[in-house]
Design a protein around this ligand. Structure first.
Ligand code: SPV
Ligand code: MG
Length: 299
């Protein structure tokens, strides 16, 4: 099944599905190997891994380059966090074209302004996109996709920026009518009150995607009861790697030795395995002339 079809089926399926954050070819391969059937290419994580802020400091083509590695390293679908679409409708539709060329299964765009700011930083000061302008962007993206199963998720930032349920519903409905395949309703509360209120009023008009980074203590069963379609675990590979790298760097710096570190890090063999070094060895046997034969033929 095509990656686009896989993602579309996950979003439209009757049971709760999960996708995991990744920000590189390596982290994407690890997420797939853990069992995830899809990957969230997080804007926060990709920019943080590049050492820049989640403010569109990395250009969209730099993000595309990372995605290409992620796509090549995996067989499960990738949903890109496409921020605001990196400009107006024209930039967003060109993005769709470039994503399809790299077998990226879908993109999520959020109704804020370029350059965006992460939803958990000064959220109330962040202006929302004009609804009509954002709908035009969604329409342009849907009109541009050449694969009918490519997914466009419209992310509603109304709760994040301090607006209420009414504005969240108004926007979600407009985005549905513009052709979005799903809506992502985001909340920065540590409880599930906003998500609950939205789900009750929304009534399943389109599949709903959530990001429980801040309300992580809510039992996952509750998301299922509310009828959520897809949960994004949005940044935990990045955060896990930061902790591991900090611990290892400072231990090596302090001890000037690897002795107490060796058992706590992945083996080199594991690195080679994740890089699929074995496949290259097999290919070399098949495609490279053997050294013996080569030397035999020398004059
Ligand atoms: C991301 O992972 O970059 C997201 C989710 O957009 S959040 O950081 O919660 O805004
Ligand atoms: Mg993001």
């Amino acid at each position: 099944m095509k990656k686009t079809e896989q993602l579309k089926q996950m979003i439209n399926s009757q049971h709760l599905e999960f996708i995991m954050e990744a920000h590189s070819g390596l982290s994407a391969a690890i997420a797939e190997e853990a069992g995830f059937r899809g990957i969230w290419a997080s804007g926060l994580s990709i920019s943080a891994a590049m050492g820049v802020r989640d403010n569109n400091e990395a250009s969209w083509t730099q993000v595309l380059d990372v995605l290409e590695f992620m796509s090549d390293a995996t067989s499960v679908p990738i949903l890109l966090d496409g921020d605001t679409g990196y400009g107006n409708f024209n930039n967003a539709r060109r993005l769709v074209k470039k994503l399809e060329q790299r077998q990226i299964a879908g993109v999520c765009i959020e109704d804020k302004l370029f350059p965006k700011t992460n939803s958990f930083i000064h959220a109330k000061a962040q202006p929302l996109a004009d609804v009509d302008e954002f709908c035009g962007k969604i329409k342009a993206m849907k009109d541009t996709q050449s694969d009918e199963d490519f997914v466009v998720v419209a992310r509603v930032e109304a709760f994040i920026t301090g607006w209420g349920l009414e504005e969240a519903l108004r926007r979600a409905e407009a985005y549905r009518q513009a052709g979005a395949d799903a809506v992502l309703i985001h909340s920065k509360r540590s409880d599930i009150v906003e998500i609950e209120s939205f789900m009750k009023e929304w009534g399943g008009r389109l599949p709903v995607v959530i990001v429980p980074t801040k309300y992580y203590t809510t039992p996952t069963l509750r998301f299922q009861e509310l009828g959520v379609s897809l949960v994004i675990w949005a940044n935990h590979n990045l955060r896990a790697s930061i902790e591991a790298m900090k611990k290892t760097s400072s231990q090596i710096f302090q001890e000037k030795s690897l002795v107490h570190v060796e058992d706590g890090v992945a083996t080199l063999e594991e690195v080679f395995r994740l890089q699929r070094a074995g496949e290259l060895q097999t290919a070399e046997q098949k495609y490279l002339p053997s050294t013996g034969k080569d030397s035999d033929e020398r004059p």
